[in-house]
Design a protein around this ligand. Structure first.
Ligand SMILES: Nc1ncnc2c1ncn2[C@@H]1O[C@H](COP(=O)(O)OP(=O)(O)OP(=O)(O)O)[C@@H](O)[C@H]1O
Length: 612
C-alpha cells in the first residue's frame, strides 16, 4: 500500500527554498492572470480611490481659505464661513462614500480571485497521481489551499490597494504642497532620502524576522496536521505527554519569532512617527519665520502642517505592506510549484485512446514482465509475470513489504510500470482513459475511506444519478442492511469524517456496497488487517462472495482463511511471485506457502508472516 504523507512536511513548506527570478516572474504573471477578468472592478476601485483621496486632501485647503480670507481679515463674513463649512462637510461625506465603495468593490474582486484560485488548485490536486501525494504531505497541501490562497487575497485587497490609494495620496499631497508654496515644499522634500534610508534599513530586518516567524508557523501547522490525523496512535502508545512537549517547543519557537517580528514592526512604525513629529516641528519653525516675514500666509502654514502629517500616513501604510508582499511572494512560489506539477500518470492521446472498452470488457488481466519502483533506487517489483482469466478469484499473500499493494496499485494506475505492461483484455491500460479504467477496476482499500455525509452518499459517492433504491439493494446484497437499520437514522445517518462512528468491518461492508452499485468488471480488495470478530469476519466473507460473483477478483489477504478457496493463490516474496496455485496444490508443494499456512494455523496469529 502507498505509504505517503508521513513526513513532517517541513522541507516542503519551508519558505526559504530557492526560486529563480524567472520562475518568480512566471508565477506572478500566472497569478495576475486571475485578476484579468476583474479589470473593470479594479478600474472602478481606482476611480473611487481618486475621489476619496481628493475629497480628503481638499479639506486643509478649505481651512486655509477660511483662515486667510475670513478668520484673519473678517472678509466675506459669516456667510462664506458657513459655505466653507458646508463644503467641508460634503467633502467628508463624499470621502466616506467612495472609501466604502472602494473597499467593497476591492473585496469583491479579491474574494472572487481567490475563490477561482482555490477551485483551480483543488481541481489540479485532485488530478494528480499518487506519487504527488507521496511527495507532498497533506499538512502542506492544506496550507496551500487555505492560507496561501488567503495571502493572495490580501495581496489584492491590501497591497494593491495600498499601492494605488497611498501612492496616489502621496503624489497628490506633494502636488498640493508645491501648489501652496514651492520653497516650503522643497524643504519638506529633504525628508524623502531620510525616509528611504529608514525604509531600506528596516526592510532587511523585517524580511528576515518575517520569514523566520513564517517558517516556525509552517512547522507548527505541519506538526499539528500530522498529529491530529495520528491521534489514535498517539493515545494508544500514551505518547500524549511527549507530543504535547514537542508541540510546546514548536509553539514557543513560533511565539518567540512572532514577538521579534512585532518588535521590529513597532520600532519601524515609531521611527516614522518620530520623523513625522520632527518634520512638523521643522515646518512650524521654518514656516513660522516665513509667516512673520510675511512671505506666506498663516493659512498656508496651517495647510502645510496638515499635509506633512498626512504625508507620513501613506508612506507608513505602503511600507507596512512589506510583510504581506513577502508572504505573497512565498505563497505565489509555493502555489506555482504545485501548479507546475503534472500528473505522472496521464490519459492517453485522444487519437490513440481505446474508448468504449467499459461495455465489452471481460476481465482478463495480464501483468507482462513488469518492473516497478517508487523511487529510482530500488525495484519493488522485478520482472513479474501474472496472467489472470476473466472471473478468476485470485488471492495474493506474502510477507509485509513483499509488493502486494504495489502490484494492485499498478492495475488501478495509481502508478505506472517502469518496464513491461499491464493489460486488460489484451489492451495496455495506458491506452484507456483513466475515467473508463476506474469504472472497469473497482477498489476496496484496506481502510475504506468514508466521507462526512449520509450512508446513501457514501455508497453512491455523491453521484445523484445512482438511485436510493439501487443503494439499498446493494447494501442488502452485501448483508449491510441489518447493521444500517440499527443506526439512529438508518440510511440517512450522517457519518463523521472517515466514518469514525463505524467499525472496520462495517466500513468494509459499505465499500462492498459501493462495488455493487458501480459494477466494475475487475475487483481489487485489500483486506483489512484489523482483527475482526468471527461474526463480522463471516459477514465480510459472505459479502465478498457476493461481490466477487461474475468478476475477476484480486484479494490481498492478511488472513489465509479469506483466500483458502480462491481459484489461485499468488505467493509473493521480495517483489517476485514465489509460488502460485490453488490452496491444496500449494500445501502439497510444501514450500513457502505451506510454511506460512502452518505458522498461521498452529498457535500463531494468522497475520504473522502472511501479510500485515
Ligand atoms: N509510496 C511509497 N513510496 C516509496 N516506497 C513505497 C511506497 N509504498 C510502498 N513502498 C515500498 O515498497 C515496498 C513494497 O510495499 P507494498 O506496500 O507493496 O508491500 P505489501 O506487500 O503490500 O506490504 P503490506 O502487507 O505491509 O501492505 C516496501 O518496501 C515499501 O516500503
Amino acid at each position: 500500500m502507498a505509504k505517503g504523507g508521513d513526513s513532517t512536511g517541513e522541507a516542503d513548506i519551508n519558505p526559504n527554498y530557492e526560486v529563480t527570478k524567472e520562475q518568480r516572474r512566471q508565477a506572478f504573471r500566472a497569478m495576475l492572470a486571475y485578476a484579468r477578468p476583474h479589470r473593470l472592478l479594479f478600474a472602478a476601485v481606482f476611480f473611487c480611490a481618486i475621489f476619496a483621496i481628493s475629497a480628503d486632501l481638499m479639506q486643509p485647503l478649505l481651512v486655509k481659505i477660511a483662515i486667510d480670507e475670513n478668520v484673519l481679515f473678517g472678509a466675506h463674513g459669516i456667510g462664506q464661513l458657513f459655505l466653507l463649512g458646508s463644503i467641508y462637510f460634503v467633502l467628508a461625506v463624499v470621502s466616506m462614500i467612495f472609501t466604502y465603495l472602494q473597499a467593497n468593490l476591492l473585496q469583491k474582486a479579491g474574494q472572487s480571485i481567490v475563490a477561482a484560485l482555490r477551485k483551480d488548485l483543488f481541481n489540479h490536486i485532485s488530478r494528480q497521481s499518487m506519487s504527488f501525494f507521496d511527495r507532498h504531505p497533506i499538512g502542506s497541501l492544506v496550507t496551500n489551499e487555505s492560507s496561501d490562497t488567503e495571502t493572495i487575497n490580501q495581496f489584492f485587497t491590501q497591497v494593491l490597494l495600498s499601492l494605488v490609494r497611498d501612492g496616489l495620496s502621496l503624489i497628490m499631497i506633494i502636488g498640493f504642497m508645491f501648489f501652496l508654496d514651492v520653497q516650503l515644499a522643497l524643504y519638506c522634500m529633504i525628508l524623502l532620502p531620510l525616509i528611504a534610508i529608514i525604509a531600506i534599513a528596516f526592510r532587511t530586518m523585517l524580511r528576515s524576522a518575517y520569514q523566520r516567524a513564517r517558517t516556525q508557523l509552517s512547522r507548527l501547522i505541519a506538526f499539528l496536521a500530522e498529529n491530529l490525523s495520528g491521534m489514535s496512535l498517539i493515545q494508544s502508545f500514551h505518547q500524549e505527554k511527549e507530543q504535547v512537549s514537542r508541540f510546546s517547543r514548536r509553539n514557543e519557537r513560533y511565539l518567540k519569532e512572532s514577538l521579534r517580528e512585532v518588535r521590529a514592526t513597532v520600532i519601524f512604525n515609531r521611527s516614522f512617527d518620530i520623523l513625522g513629529n520632527v518634520s512638523v516641528a521643522v515646518v512650524v519653525w521654518i514656516g513660522g519665520i516665513a509667516v512673520f516675514d510675511q512671505q506666506i500666509e498663516f493659512g498656508v502654514l496651517y495647510a502645510f502642517i496638515s499635509y506633512i502629517r498626512q504625508f507620513f500616513q501613506p508612506i507608513n501604510q505602503i511600507t507596512q505592506q512589506w510583510n504581506t508582499l513577502q508572504s505573497t511572494l512565498v505563497s505565489v512560489d509555493r502555489l506555482w510549484r504545485i501548479f507546475s506539477e503534472q500528473p505522472d500518470v496521464r490519459d492517453p492521446d485522444p487519437e490513440t485512446a481505446q474508448r468504449g472498452a467499459l461495455k465489452r470488457v471481460k476481465g482478463k488481466v495480464d501483468f507482462n514482465r513488469i518492473r516497478f519502483s517508487y523511487t529510482d533506487k530500488t525495484d519493488v517489483l522485478r520482472d513479474l509475470e501474472l496472467h489472470i482469466e476473466p472471473g478468476e478469484f485470485i488471492g495474493i499473500v506474502g510477507t509485509t513489504g513483499a509488493g502486494k499493494s504495489s502490484l494492485v496499485n499498478l492495475l488501478t494506475r495509481f502508478y505506472d510500470v517502469k518496464r513491461g505492461s499491464v493489460e486488460i483484455d489484451g489492451m495496455d491500460i495506458r491506452r484507456l482513459p483513466q475515467k473508463e479504467l476506474h469504472r472497469i477496476v473497482g477498489l476496496v482499500q484496506q481502510e475504506p475511506y468514508l466521507y462526512s455525509g449520509t450512508i446513501i452518499d457514501n455508497v453512491r459517492l455523491f453521484d445523484e444519478s445512482v438511485t436510493r433504491d439501487a443503494v439499498i439493494e446493494a447494501c442488502r446484497l452485501v448483508g449491510a442492511q441489518p447493521m444500517i437499520e440499527r443506526l439512529p437514522h438508518g440510511y440517512e445517518t450522517r457519518l463523521s469524517e472517515r466514518g469514525s462512528g463505524l467499525s472496520a468491518g462495517e466500513r468494509q461492508l459499505i465499500s462492498f456496497a459501493r462495488i455493487l452499485v458501480y459494477q466494475p468488471k475487475i475487483l481489487i480488495l485489500d483486506e483489512a488487517t484489523a482483527n475482526l470478530d468471527s461474526h463480522t469476519e463471516r459477514l465480510i466473507q459472505q459479502a465478498l462472495n457476493v461481490v466477487a460473483e461474475g468478476r475477476t477478483t484480486l484479494v490481498i489477504a492478511h488472513r489465509l482463511s479469506t483466500v483458502k478457496h480462491a481459484d489461485r493463490i499468488i505467493v509473493m516474496r521480495n517483489g517476485r511471485i514465489e509460488e502460485e496455485g490453488p490452496h491444496e496444490h500449494l500445501l502439497e508443494l510444501g514450500g513457502y506457502y505451506a510454511d506460512l499456512y502452518h505458522h498461521a494455523f498452529h498457535g500463531r496469529s494468522a497475520y504473522e508472516g502472511v501479510g500485515g
